[in-house]
Unconditional design. Structure first.
Length: 307
């Protein structure tokens, strides 16, 4: 009985460890972002429930989620030594699952993604195959280099939304503005992560912006990117009709002003962690604020409800 309990506890710890490795807390946000963007941006003319229950869209979202999960695994695999320095507690939890098991799960997930892509279309096969390769190349090589690593990380975060765009085969100019704003926030988040992980990056030969050019330069780049968000924010608020979502963009502008002030004062790792939390809050809030574009869209699905 005691042995059985120990086995159960060990299994639960391994499940928690794998959940940590694939960052299972991030994937639901990506799923929500894809569905909300499909309902409110890519197919606002369709009934909301018909979009939610679209089997083709479901396969794309599922394939995207599994590809992202596999990406976190391979990223964790290559960063294991660095994480021992930067995130010792999380690293110890992640190491409850062996590197061999992580690779097995990684290849299994990629196989499932390829299988799902075959059921969608040949374009999906090319799209997800390229996406998986780019994630691996980023984790293995590109993330070690300044600027290109940050830009690639932002690109990888935005790519799943282009899968939705390819599915609906319609393009609206405001999509570029939305993607630009999100991309800038993600680049900023990556630079903040580099500042947080400075010790581990130095020890493992990563040539990030703080390592190569110094912390002061990295902070200046962050402030410059804050100023650069003015362009997509102005476009989204004044040029395109984003409904009530302009309230989010006004709020984001205020947060970014505060962020720039805090960047100038940031010195310690805890300071950078606070900045990281601010950017995460802006990104996650932005995802759910998509509903504000046109809340009445949900009414389009009322006659599909069984009650």
């Amino acid at each position: 009985m005691l042995l059985s309990r120990r086995k159960t506890k060990r299994m639960m710890m391994k499940i928690i460890s794998m959940f940590s490795v694939v960052r299972g807390y991030n994937i639901p946000v990506v799923i929500a972002a894809q569905y909300l963007s499909a309902i409110y941006i890519f197919a606002p003319h369709k009934r909301a429930l018909s979009v939610v229950f679209d089997s083709g869209l479901f396969l794309i979202v599922l394939a995207s989620s599994l590809a992202i999960a596999s990406g976190y695994i391979i990223n964790n695999f290559y960063d294991s030594n660095k994480d021992l320095i930067n995130r010792p507690s999380k690293s110890m939890l992640d190491r409850l699952v062996s590197q061999k098991t992580k690779l097995q799960v990684y290849f299994t997930l990629n196989f499932v993604v390829a299988l799902l892509a075959i059921f969608i279309s040949w374009r999906a096969v090319i799209f997800f195959s390229s996406y998986i390769f780019l994630i691996w190349f980023y984790s293995h090589k590109l993330k070690k280099y300044a600027i290109i690593g940050n830009l690639t990380a932002a690109l990888l975060a935005v790519i799943p939304f282009f899968a939705i765009l390819l599915y609906y085969k319609n393009f609206y100019p405001q999509i570029v503005a939305h993607a630009s704003f999100l991309g800038i926030l993600i680049v900023m988040r990556e630079i903040i992560k580099d500042l947080e992980n400075l010790q581990g990056d130095l020890a493992n030969g990563y040539q990030t912006i703080p390592v190569k050019y110094g912390e002061a330069t990295a902070r200046k780049v962050l402030i410059g990117l804050c100023l650069f968000t003015v362009l997509p924010l102005y476009t989204l608020i004044e040029v395109f009709d984003v409904g009530y979502m302009d309230l989010y963009f006004y709020g984001a502008a205020l947060f970014l002003i505060s962020f720039a002030v805090l960047v100038m004062r940031a010195v310690t790792k805890s300071d950078y962690l606070k900045l990281h939390v601010i950017l995460k809050f802006l990104i996650v809030t932005g995802v759910f604020s998509i509903v504000l574009i046109n809340p009445k869209v949900l009414e389009n699905g009322r006659n599909l409800l069984p009650f």
